[in-house]
Design a protein around this ligand. Structure first.
Ligand SMILES: *Cc1c(COP(=O)(O)O)cnc(C)c1O
Length: 399
C-alpha cells in the first residue's frame, strides 16, 4: 500500500508531460509559470488552428457565457444549428451529430455504420476495415479500430468487428469487398502513426470499390480537418465523396467539441433514441465552433496560409540536404513530419531548449503543427532552430 504523500500528482500518469507548466497563451506563443515564452508549434495537438485565444472566438464565447451555458439536446440550440449548416455547406455531407471529442465522433461513426448495415439488411456485414499505423482514439471501439499493437497492449479482449489491412497497398483493395465489410475507416493523412499520406489513385480506387458495394467510406478528419492540411477537409483534393467524416481537434479552437457528419441516406439510420450525448454541441462549444469556422472559410485565409506554408516546406527540404540525420520530410499544409534516423525525442528536447515546441508522431518522426495563422517570421524562428539542432546532433554523432 502506498500513502498519499508518496504520490507525485493527484492526476493519473497517462501522459509523459513536457517539463513545462503552461499558464498563458496568445497567438503562436505559450508562456510557462516563470514567464518564459515558447513558440508553440504543437497547437495543443493540431487543435488551436487559429493560435491561442483567438480574438473572434474569445469574443463570441464571452457573449455566449452571459446568455446560456448548457441546456442539453432536449432543446433546439441556435448556435448548434448554425454550426451544422456551416459544416454541411462546406462539405459533401448533409447532417451532423455533435459530441465532445474525436474518439466520441469515431464511436458515433462506428455505430452508424453498424446501424446502416442492419437497416439495409446486410446481415453478414459485421466488419469495419481500418489500416495499419492508423489512430482513431482511446475508447473501447476506437482503440480496437486503431491498428497499432502498442495501443492494444494490456487491453484485451478488444471490441470485435475490425479488420486491419496495409495502408496504401494495392493488395488491400481486393480484400475490402469480401461480403463481410460494412465500412472502411481511414485518415487520408495518418497523423499519430507517422504522417503517411494516402496515395491519390489508391484512395480513389478504394472509394470506387466502396461506392459499388454500398460499403460506407468513413474519413477520420479529426487531425487533418478544419484547414490543417491546406483545404477545409483533407479528402477534398482527392476528388472523392466520403459517406461519413469525423472532426474534432481544430473545430473549437481548443474548446472541446466533436462532430460526425454523414450523407443524408446514412444519417437517416440515427433516429431518436439510437445515439446521444448530454453535452454534445452545447451552446458554448457550438459557438466556439461557428466562430472558428467563420475565420477559416474567410476568403483568402487558406490561400494565404498555403503560400506561407510553401516556404516552410522549401526550407525544410534545404535542411534535409545538409543533415544526414533527416531521412524524409512529408506532410501537407501545417501537418508536417520530419523522419529522423535517431530518436525524435532528442530533437524535441533540443528544440524546447531553444523555446520552440514540437511533438513526436511515433519514435522516429518529429511532428510540426504550427497554428494556421503563424507568420513568416515565426516560421523562420523554427527553421533556424531546426538548423542549429541538426548541426549540434550531427556533431554528437560524429564526435
Ligand atoms: C486525436 C485523434 C483522435 C482522437 O481524438 P480525441 O479527441 O483525443 O478523442 C482520433 N483520430 C485521429 C486521427 C486523431 O488525430
Amino acid at each position: 500500500m502506498s500513502s498519499k504523500s508518496e504520490i507525485s500528482s493527484a492526476v493519473m500518469q497517462t501522459y509523459n508531460r513536457f517539463p513545462i507548466t503552461a499558464t498563458k497563451g496568445k497567438d503562436s506563443f505559450l508562456w510557462d509559470e516563470s514567464g518564459k515564452k515558447y513558440l508553440d508549434y504543437t497547437s495543443g495537438i493540431a487543435t488551436c488552428n487559429l493560435g491561442h485565444v483567438p480574438d473572434n472566438v474569445q469574443q463570441a464565447i464571452s457573449v455566449q457565457l452571459e446568455e446560456l451555458w448548457h441546456c442539453s439536446n432536449l432543446y433546439h440550440i441556435p448556435s448548434q444549428e448554425k454550426l451544422a449548416s456551416m459544416l454541411t455547406e462546406y462539405s459533401c455531407l448533409d447532417q451532423v451529430f455533435f459530441c465532445n471529442s474525436g474518439a466520441e465522433a469515431n464511436e458515433a461513426a462506428i455505430k452508424i455504420a453498424k446501424k446502416y448495415a442492419k437497416d439495409k439488411g446486410y446481415h453478414d456485414r459485421i466488419e469495419i476495415v481500418t489500416f495499419e499505423q492508423s489512430f482513431h482514439g482511446r475508447t473501447g471501439s476506437t482503440m480496437a479500430a486503431t491498428a497499432q499493437e502498442k495501443i492494444h497492449q494490456g487491453f484485451t479482449p478488444l471490441t470485435k468487428g475490425f479488420r486491419y489491412l496495409p495502408f496504401n497497398n494495392k493488395g488491400s483493395l481486393s480484400e475490402i469487398d469480401n461480403g463481410k465489410t460494412s465500412a472502411v475507416l481511414l485518415e487520408v493523412i495518418q497523423g499519430e502513426g507517422g504522417i503517411h499520406i494516402a496515395d491519390k489513385d489508391w484512395l480513389k480506387q478504394l472509394s470506387a470499390i466502396c461506392k459499388d458495394a454500398d460499403i460506407l467510406l468513413i474519413i477520420d478528419e479529426i487531425q487533418t480537418g478544419i484547414g490543417r492540411t491546406g483545404s477545409l477537409f483533407a479528402y477534398e483534393p482527392y476528388g472523392i465523396e466520403p459517406d461519413v467524416i469525423t472532426v474534432a481537434k481544430g473545430l473549437g479552437s481548443g474548446f472541446p467539441i466533436g462532430a460526425m457528419l454523414a450523407k443524408q441516406h446514412v444519417a437517416a439510420s440515427f433516429s431518436p433514441g439510437t445515439h446521444g450525448s448530454t453535452f454534445g454541441g452545447n451552446p458554448i462549444a457550438a459557438t466556439a465552433g461557428t466562430a472558428t469556422l467563420k475565420e477559416i472559410i474567410k476568403d483568402g485565409f487558406l490561400k494565404n496560409c498555403n503560400e506561407v506554408q510553401d516556404e516552410l516546406f522549401t526550407q525544410l527540404k534545404l535542411i534535409k540536404e545538409i543533415s544526414p540525420l533527416i531521412k524524409d520530410i512529408r506532410g501537407k499544409g501545417y501537418l508536417i513530419g520530419i523522419e529522423v534516423t535517431n530518436q525524435a525525442s532528442t530533437w524535441i528536447e533540443k528544440l524546447r531548449d531553444k523555446q520552440i515546441l514540437v511533438l513526436p508522431a511515433g519514435e522516429k518522426v518529429v511532428r510540426i503543427l504550427p497554428p494556421l495563422t503563424t507568420t513568416k517570421e515565426e516560421l523562420q524562428m523554427c527553421i533556424q532552430a531546426l538548423k542549429e539542432v541538426a548541426l549540434e546532433l550531427e556533431e554528437v554523432t560524429n564526435g
